[in-house]
Write a protein that binds this ligand. Sequence first.
Ligand code: CAA
Length: 261
Amino acid sequence: AKAPEMIKVERVGAKKSVALITLNRPKALNALCKQLMAELATSLKELDNDNQVGCIILTGSQRAFAAGADIKEMVDKKFPEVFGGSFLEEWNAVSSTRKPIIAAVNGFALGGGNELAMMCDIIYAGDKAIFGQPEVNIGTIPGAGGTQRWSRFGNKSMAMEVCLTGNKISAQEAKEAGIVSKIFPADKLVEEAIKTGEKISDQSPLIVQMVKEAVNAAYETTLKQGLQEERRLFHATFATNDRKEGMTAFAEKRPPNWTST
Ligand code: CAA
């Protein structure tokens, strides 16, 4: 396969168990054009199937995580093309990744950039990060989850405010709104994300996937269905050797040895 040009993929952490994907299209502030998103989708698919990798980190530059979908690429598009061709459908590759993804956001996370961050499982922000859904300023609306995920993960009032006004908000405001879990100094952000990534990678990969699936159910189903799914997945852990090993290791006061079986 051709090497990616608009993203950089590295293995990081003491055990090289974390994949670090850096969006790398600096001239356009990492605007998410077709090629970049295709490279990202391919890379996520490969990493999802790579047993050496337990967690994925997605980051940009200090200036921009991503300034949105590529406006210059969209300017001449017409309805039959975007509807008929399911424009942005390929972005679903991010949210359907089964391994955990941590978004490490420095600088601008605007429009599709913020939506991309919200497709990840954890969002860490640098202290100068800026979030927003400015689509309304260019005569369109969020098309990759902005109106939906912001409302479900954060709150309706803030979702309405950012989507209706195009106002940008700070890392602190995004944290208060429930979008971001932690804020770090900009230059420490990626290393902190890697630390968390290593911690996740040290868990049983099998059980980690079940956790991700269960938490996601809270945002995709009713409470009743979500609770049912959680209970079933909890029961399913009893069909694994890793569950037996984890509890045995606790009782024997030793670290567990996961086999992903
Ligand atoms: N698409 C294409 N190019 C973009 C871009 C985007 N979303 N954002 C920035 N760029 C380009 C600029 O055109 C500029 O290129 P040139 O040097 O060739 O002119 C370069 O990146 C640097 O940008 P600026 O000169 O504008 O930098 P700035 O520091 O003055 O401003 C900014 C930064 C506030 C982020 C500003 O670039 C901006 O407002 N960008 C657009 C943000 C936006 O509207 N995003 C939503 C896009 S729509 C969408 O995402 C739909 C969806 O839901 C999926």
